[in-house]
Design a protein around this ligand. Structure first.
Ligand SMILES: [Zn+2]
Length: 100
């Protein structure tokens, strides 16, 4: 068994992938925490760190997403409907249903 040595093509592909990731991030509104973690730990640690805050509107009918969309759930909250990630921005849903 010899030690793994990436060749230059692999390194270039890796660099390209990172560049694409950075382009996507630039288009999103991300927090300073997100940037700090990206730099310090790398992208694999970011899952679940960035969340999209969902709040139930005052009528209790429509959820306003943190990324600027509205979503109607017929019955229950996002969690009760098995929703983990925001369908718009892809971040983890942090539902805040303080509505009575
Ligand atoms: Zn979202």
């Amino acid at each position: 068994m010899s030690a793994y040595k990436p060749d230059w093509n692999e390194l270039e592909a890796c660099r390209e992938s990172l560049r694409e990731h950075m382009e996507i991030i630039k288009k999103l509104r991300v927090t300073e925490e997100y940037w700090r973690l990206l730099v310090e730990t790398g992208a694999s640690e970011l899952k679940g760190v960035v969340s999209c805050g969902w709040t139930l509107d005052h009528d209790g009918e429509c959820w306003d997403t943190g990324c600027g969309h509205a979503f109607v759930i017929i019955d229950g909250n996002p969690e009760e409907n098995g929703m983990i990630f925001c369908p718009y921005c892809g971040n983890k849903i942090a539902a805040n249903a303080s509505a009575s």
